[in-house]
Design a protein around this ligand. Structure first.
Ligand code: 4AD
Ligand code: MG
Length: 480
């Protein structure tokens, strides 16, 4: 007999049904007459209460039913006496599939800190918080594919192993089959990649964009959704060395079309979560309220999770150019007395996260689409504007997150692209295949990249990017 998922039991089981359930024990309360076991199987944040009568289930078995143990229970669904759930199970037979020594099991039925749980990331899906986060993460993966499929975009798998550095930031992980202690050399002393499995110097991809552009130049509208790798040694709450990125690329889209699509997609994803992840979002919302209840008014968020999500769905994003943003920052007083010293004379400088956060959280108080950045702080492939100084770039900034999307209209004019590559020292000979698209049937096109974990941060209200990916890869962290 197959087990029924707890989600199904709670949603649609009828009193009198005889069912089998399997899952992990969260808690057990027991007295002489009865044992109450809270069972979770990951299908929902809610537990199924098992009621075990010691005259049916021997003390020997019940002894092994401890927090963390895996059990199978067969019994009858009855109306619940307790509050908070409509049904529970009267257990007829109980089997302990896997014990969990209470002396050694690290997850006790109490609130553990997120820092502690990060150290036992292999067990943390068994907590309410991480169960909720990973279920929402799954729903968002599904919603991304649903959104693009409904629009007729094709999902393209781009390679993980490449020979190019699409962002030109030099933050790649090398990939080689060569013996590092005994590197083969060419006559002039360089590493001889001919002896490497790929015969070429290769690295893990930082972005699928360049290959995505090739596909869009034939298939029209495509998107990638894959892992990307950045060997930047940054220990922040927003950066991972391995993260997932969604990169749509659209032939015949200009910068405005690009921004429109990005805004529509972000609102669609948030709405999907509101429509489909109610129990998990409510749990995370309540958790946030609880965490903040002892804080001073000024330190509490203005809106809690569910209200933040509704706000994003209900309000158009603000659209401003980089130049307008610099003016705003120059004239602002972030902390009553002082202005942003750094920006007073700094047209051309990249915005620091404190500036981005000021614009989004203090000035506009909504998501912001910032466009037309100075060309020197952006990648070589962005389309040059007529002013000769800026490119048709866009970053989307979210409250509490900062940059969630980076994108642009692409430079489709061969001469302009080559000129820019020369100026920026991007090797044209290595990217000959990319340049070919500008030689044969070039077309205006645009695209962007959504950092998937940053999106999950926003949708779950979690504050550290290590807590929204099951197995985070950050400097020094790769064991499990
Ligand atoms: O701004 P980025 O570097 O843009 C690109 O890679 C372009 N090729 C995208 C495109 O136009 N197709 O990265 C895009 C997004 C960022 O806005 C951010 O959300 C996320 O990817 N991101 C990271 N997320 C987690 N950890 C990191 N180290 C990240 N670096 C970028
Ligand atoms: Mg960026």
């Amino acid at each position: 007999e197959r087990q029924t998922k707890v989600l199904e039991v709670l949603k649609s089981a009828e009193v009198g049904n005889s069912l089998l359930v399997k899952g992990w024990v969260r808690t057990k309360r027991q007295n002489k007459n009865v044992a109450f076991i809270a069972l979770n199987d990951g299908s929902t944040i809610n537990n199924l209460q098992l009621v075990a009568d010691p005259s049916l289930i021997t003390e020997d078995v019940l002894k092994k039913v401890t927090t963390g143990a895996c059990v199978a229970a067969q019994g009858e669904i009855v109306a619940s006496q307790g509050s908070g759930q409509s049904v529970e199970m009267h257990v007829k037979s109980l089997e302990v599939l896997g014990e969990a020594d209470p002396e050694k099991y690290p997850l006790q039925p109490k609130k553990h800190s997120l820092e502690f749980l990060r150290e036992i990331a292999y067990l943390r899906p068994r907590t309410n918080t991480f169960g909720a986060v990973y279920r929402i993460r799954h729903a968002m993966i599904f919603a991304v594919h649903k959104f693009f499929n409904e629009k007729g975009f094709l999902n393209i798998h781009t390679p993980v192993i490449t020979a190019s550095d699409a962002e030109g930031a030099g933050e790649t992980f090398r990939v080689t089959t060569l013996d590092m202690d005994n590197l083969p050399k060419t006559e002039d002393g360089a590493i001889d990649y001919k002896e490497d499995f790929f015969g070429k110097e290769t690295n893990l991809t930082v972005s699928g964009q360049l290959e995505g552009e090739l596909a869009a130049m034939a298939l029209g509208q495509i998107y990638t959704f894959g892992p990307t790798f950045r060997a930047e040694n940054s220990n922040t709450t927003r950066h991972l060395a391995e993260f997932w990125m969604i990169e749509p690329e659209m032939a015949f889209f200009d910068a405005d079309d690009n921004a429109d699509l990005a805004e529509e997609m972000l609102q669609y994803l948030v709405q999907y979560a509101l429509d489909n992840c109610g129990d998990d979002l409510q749990f995370l919302h309540d958790r946030e309220v609880e965490e903040n209840k002892n804080k001073k008014e000024t330190e509490r968020p203005e809106l809690y999770l569910l209200d933040r999500l509704k706000f994003v769905v209900d309000n158009k994003f603000e659209r401003v150019t980089y130049t307008e943003a610099i003016d705003i920052l120059r004239n602002s007083k972030p902390n009553k007395k002082k202005k942003f010293k750094y920006l007073i004379d700094a047209w051309g400088a990249d915005l620091q996260s404190e500036h981005e956060r000021y614009l989004v959280e203090k000035h506009f108080k909504k998501p912001v689409i910032l466009s037309d950045y100075p060309k020197d702080i952006k990648a070589f492939y962005m389309r040059q504007n007529d002013d000769g100084k800026t490119v048709a770039a866009m970053d989307i900034l979210f409250p509490g997150i900062g940059e969630i999307i980076g994108g642009s209209q692409r430079e489709e004019r061969l001469d302009k692209l080559e000129q820019r590559m020369d100026e920026m020292g991007v090797p044209k000979d290595e990217l000959w295949w990319y340049l070919d698209t500008r030689k044969f049937g070039s077309a205006p096109h645009s695209g962007y990249g959504l950092g998937f974990e940053r999106m999950i941060l926003f949708v779950t209200g979690m504050t550290n990017i290590r807590d929204v990916i099951p197995f985070p890869r950050t400097p020094g962290n790769a064991e499990f």
